[in-house]
Design a protein around this ligand. Structure first.
Ligand SMILES: Nc1ncnc2c1ncn2[C@@H]1O[C@H](COP(=O)(O)OP(=O)(O)O)[C@@H](O)[C@H]1O
Ligand SMILES: [Mg+2]
Length: 257
């Protein structure tokens, strides 16, 4: 039997007095694209920070059947759990292709990664594939300062895909993209999932999330208030209330974004 790409159980995160995530359990099964939605401050990013090991948390995390609960972030990444960030940090003196080459190269004791990519090699096939996967081939030679916010996000997605991860957590990858660009990104993400990379997708754009996810988990105040198929979630009274305010006559949750 194939192991589950991601099993997170009983995840809780506290920041001082703020209980940002409360006992959240979530799975991403093989071949699944799971959406994680919820109002601002619901705890979506904190949940991803917790499972990827960037903030202290309670609970248990398994990647592909391996318990990584006490592992550092880079070890979790080695086991196949990668992520993007809401704001994308790139090496400003390296082009897009060079930034991706850094992500796609194993560290070495004798040379720094940045020397390695600077010393005049052609773009590695792995980097070309990453750029094609996300649709950013035309940006290969651009420097980060020339990129829009949306384009930086796409480079962040390509970087998270380096090394063929088991499951990728995408934190608002479509923020800064127009409708046409996010539709294209959706098609590409779906294709990658069909090819075997499981994904957890956070986004504010409900059309984007509902259009491509197989399963959706809804957080509010750090708690899961609903989960199910997009069709289930659209009709869930608790979700409609969380998004629109109780008593609203508008029952389309897309209407809010
Ligand atoms: N580093 C932090 N220190 C203190 N509080 C934080 C920190 N990060 C997030 N929070 C708080 O945790 C809650 C959840 O935030 P976050 O996970 O960013 O929500 P979301 O991504 O759903 O918008 C919010 O109340 C936020 O203010
Ligand atoms: Mg967030």
């Amino acid at each position: 039997m194939t192991a589950c790409p991601l099993v997170a159980s009983g995840i809780s995160v506290r920041f001082g007095g703020v209980h940002a995530v409360r006992d959240v359990s979530l799975q991403v099964e093989p071949g699944q694209l799971v959406g994680l939605i919820g109002p601002n401050g619901a705890g979506k990013t904190s949940f991803v920070d917790a499972i990827t090991g960037f903030v202290p948390s309670e609970g248990r995390v398994e990647i592909d059947g391996v318990d990584v609960t006490s592992a550092r972030p880079h070890i979790r990444a080695k086991h196949g759990l990668t992520r993007t960030w809401q704001s994308v940090d790139l090496f400003n003196d390296l082009s897009v292709a060079e930034n991706l080459a850094v992500a796609a190269t194993e560290p070495s004791w004798t040379r720094t990664l940045r020397e390695l990519v600077r010393n005049g090699r052609k773009t590695a096939p792995a980097v070309e594939q990453l750029m094609a996967d996300v649709g950013i081939e035309s940006m290969a030679d651009l420097m980060p300062e020339a990129l829009s916010e949306g384009q930086r996000k796409l480079v962040g997605v390509a970087r998270a895909l380096a090394g063929s991860p088991v499951v990728v957590c995408l934190d608002e990858p479509a923020a800064g993209l127009d409708t046409h660009e996010s539709t294209q990104l959706g098609v590409r993400l779906k294709r990658l999932v069909d090819q075997g990379t499981a994904m957890l997708l956070i986004d504010h754009d409900m059309g984007f999330v509902f259009g491509i996810c197989d399963h959706i988990v809804v957080l509010e105040f750090g708690v899961v208030i609903a989960e199910g198929t997009p069709a289930d979630i659209r009709q869930d009274p608790g979700v409609i209330a969380a998004y629109l305010g109780a008593g609203s006559s508008d029952t389309s949750i897309e209407a809010r974004s």
